[in-house]
Design a protein around this ligand. Structure first.
Ligand code: MET
Ligand SMILES: [Zn+2]
Length: 733
């Protein structure tokens, strides 16, 4: 028997309904009743969309904010009364909110729950299965679904050293959770089974799943990363209703007991290219012919894709993309192909079969070749002493002050951009407005007395989308929104051909800014790792290849910028550490790639050009080797919210370091006194001549008056610090 299973259809909805509902409810413009009704309608639409194309799909999947939070609440980690939406949202946003973290290397952020010290879990009535939204429908249709205990334990703020006791307690709790749907088929989502270390935890896991499988018909679904072969083999011995296996090169499908369906995960959930269904049919039909029950499914939940392809596409992309809804269609088509292959080998194909094959054939076109040959990797930059010496002509004081790039974006600016898009404003008029904004930013920075200036990035809607708009080979979508966290959405651009500069990327804006001031202005570029990480990659092209090609495009820009006399270049790589591979054996290769890509971008710059690297919040424990291979002159970090002791891991590196004078995510004013204390704390870990003074990220999301107040205080703090160090002698090393 062949069936289709899908999961994770975007809760955002076809027209960002989810965002509107959440934000309306939070702001008070949508009443509680209307809010819940709206969510129910959205869930009904999602179910109808599934139903139209696939056989099996989850019910009650529509989270109120985040599925991990739902699970944490259902298990009583944060006791809430039934229906206490205010309490729920207090955990998701606001002062006491749980921290956010990236989810399995994707761009979705989940709320990171805290496990109880003692393994005790008490399911909360009203928050478990069926979940608050889609409650009525969930009892009639679809598979009730839960995130599994292993994913909870591995992804928590405080993963336990030994899982045994927690898994034992969770067994009881999950058994209680599934009582309302006892005997039904339940979909347990366990992406963490693909992480390193799952093998060691197997005995406890087998006990857990084995027990739960006595209560419900259990479908166990790992996704994103293929679990180790030994893990798959062991899981295949359990009396499950279904076991998910990610089809990947080198993965062999396990033997499962009679009565267990193999959930073969075959279509992409993280990429946007249509699937070669005929080729897949060839691979799967021998399995289907054995009589094995097969369910075809995606390799990842579908919410990392936009809802559907809903805009006219340029020629190179037309007929080649599949977003979430198209993935459902692919599963249906694949099923049709498999059915005809297994039933009618002997007899001539029926008209239906012919249609299925014809459709599958027309569905897919092979990708054009990735026509890109990188130039040789440049030799490493001149030694640091030579660079430091050459950079003394920047004439920077001790504790140089700077910002990370973006200045507050006003509504006016956003309106100008909208009007440019709709052609109500022409390029020339738009450029005049941008110049106006740059002029104001430069004037402000000079008045404040900052040392290294920026143009303020008024022309950028988003640090990736902006570059995608200016590089050939990228398609920045109009309507391809996906959820980032909560109600926040973004539009990942699609890289479909080797990126080439169609026009200068940052040159015009940077030179204009530099023309207004004698102080050095930084040219600021989003780095190749981040551009690749926050885009959909070309079909059949590895992350590595995309990164190298992007680095090459940036290299040209950087050279041009320097040849026009710009003396400081900053590469922004906020995605650097979040892209650190989840599997330890892939990390050395990644480190090498990061080093090579950075060198390709800045390696040919003369020693007098100062190279800055900016990184956002991440786990800095892993940072040091990256700074060693990248070897920037200055690095700025998003560290203002961390304990300064995180710098311990970076002592002895001979580069300028700006760990962050204040947190840009808070609207609060930080007094100069407090900033000074923070800077002094940093000086416990690094020598004075290395400390840079800067906000910990861009100021784009702040109100102008908030940014101004804190920048003023920051410059004041730097001045006082210099005084304490006996005046402002030149910066050097
Ligand atoms: C998320 S990192 C942002 C860096 C960028 N240059 C900015 O200042 O906004
Ligand atoms: Zn940042």
């Amino acid at each position: 028997m062949i069936r289709t299973l899908a999961y994770g259809l975007p809760r955002l909805g076809p027209n960002r309904e989810y965002k509107r509902l959440l934000e309306g409810f939070w702001s008070g413009s949508i009443s509680r009743e209307d809010f819940l009704e709206g969510l129910e309608a959205l869930e009904a639409l999602r179910l109808a969309t599934y139903r139209e194309q696939v056989d099996l799909y989850p019910a009650g999947e529509l989270s109120l904010y985040d599925p991990m939070l739902d699970l944490a609440v259902a298990l009583g980690l944060y006791p809430l009364d039934p229906g206490d939406l205010e309490g729920y949202y207090a955990l998701a946003r606001g002062k006491e909110a749980l921290p956010l973290r990236k989810w399995f290397g994707t761009n979705y952020h989940y709320l990171v729950p805290r496990l109880p010290e003692r393994p005790r879990y008490t399911p909360q009535p009203g928050w478990g299965l069926p979940y608050p939204v889609g409650r009525n429908q969930a009892l009639k249709e679809g598979l009730p679904t839960l995130l599994g205990p292993y994913t909870l334990l591995r992804m928590a703020q405080n993963p336990p050293d030994r899982l045994g006791a927690h898994l034992e307690a969770l067994t009881e709790a999950y058994v209680e959770l599934v009582q309302p749907v006892r005997g039904r088929t339940v979909l347990l989502q366990e992406p963490a089974l693909g992480l390193d270390g799952a093998e060691e935890d197997l005995p406890h896991l087998l006990a857990f799943y084995g027990t739960l499988a006595q209560e419900v018909s259990l479908v166990l679904l790992p996704y994103y990363l293929p679990p180790a072969p030994r893990v798959v083999e062991a899981l295949a011995t359990l009396p499950l209703r279904g076991l998910g296996v990610i089809l990947a090169p080198g993965v062999s499908l396990p033997q499962v007991p009679k009565g267990t369906a193999l959930v073969v995960e075959v279509v992409e959930g993280l990429g946007v290219w249509r699937t070669n269904l005929l080729a897949l049919g060839e691979v799967l039909s021998p399995l289907a012919e054995t009589g094995q029950e097969v369910w075809v499914a995606p390799k990842a939940p579908l919410y990392h894709l936009p809802w559907e392809v809903a805009e006219p596409l340029p020629g190179a992309l037309a007929g080649r993309l599949a977003f979430a809804r198209e993935r459902l269609k692919e599963l249906a088509l694949l099923k049709a192909i498999l059915l005809t292959r297994t039933t009618s080998q002997e007899s001539p194909p029926s008209p239906e079969e012919e249609t299925a094959f014809a459709q599958a054939r027309a569905w897919y076109t092979p990708p054009p070749p990735w026509d890109f040959r990188p130039s040789p990797v440049p030799a490493s930059r001149p030694p640091r002493e030579e660079r430091s010496k050459a950079q003394q002509n920047l004439a920077l004081p001790l504790f140089p002050t700077t910002t990370i790039g973006s200045f507050p974006q006003t509504k006016e600016l956003r309106d100008f951009r909208k009007r440019l898009r709709s052609r109500a404003l022409d390029q020339t008029a738009y450029w005049l407005h941008i110049q106006e904004a740059i002029r104001a930013n430069i004037r402000l920075q000079e008045e404040l007395g900052l040392d290294v200036l920026v143009h303020g990035e008024p022309e950028r809607s988003d640090m990736v989308e902006f570059f995608a708009e200016r590089l050939e080979g990228f398609y920045p979508t109009q309507k391809g929104f996906v959820l980032s966290y909560g109600s926040r959405v973004w539009r990942p651009p699609i890289l479909f051909a080797p990126p080439r500069r169609r026009e200068p990327l940052v040159l015009r804006e940077t030179l204009f800014a530099q023309s207004l001031t004698p102080k050095p202005v930084k040219a600021i570029l989003t780095g190749p790792i981040t551009l690749a990480a926050w885009s959909y990659l070309p079909q059949g092209v590895e992350f590595r290849e995309a990164v190298i090609a992007l680095a090459e495009a940036l290299r040209e820009e950087v050279k041009e910028v320097a040849s026009h006399g710009i003396r400081v270049v900053q590469v922004d790589e906020p995605a650097l550490l979040e892209k650190l591979p989840l599997k330890a054996k892939e990390r050395p290769g990644y480190l090498a790639l990061v080093g090579e890509a950075f060198l390709r971008v800045v390696g040919e710059l003369p020693p007098e050009v100062q190279v800055h690297l900016h990184l956002c919040y991440s786990d800095y424990a892993a940072l040091r080797p990256f700074l060693e291979v990248m070897d920037p002159d200055v690095v700025s970090l998003e560290g203002a919210r961390q304990d300064p002791s995180f710098l311990q891991t970076l002592t002895g590196l001979s580069l300028g370091l700006g760990p962050g004078a204040f947190d840009v995510h808070s609207p609060l004013e930080v007094p100069a006194e407090e900033i000074l204390t923070r800077l002094q704390a940093y000086l416990r870990y690094l020598p004075a001549e290395r400390l840079w003074v800067n906000p910990d990220c861009g100021l784009k999301t702040r109100k102008p008056e908030e940014a101004l107040a804190n920048l003023k205080n920051m410059v004041e703090a730097a001045k006082r610090l210099r005084k304490a160090f006996g005046g402002s002698h030149a910066h050097g090393s």
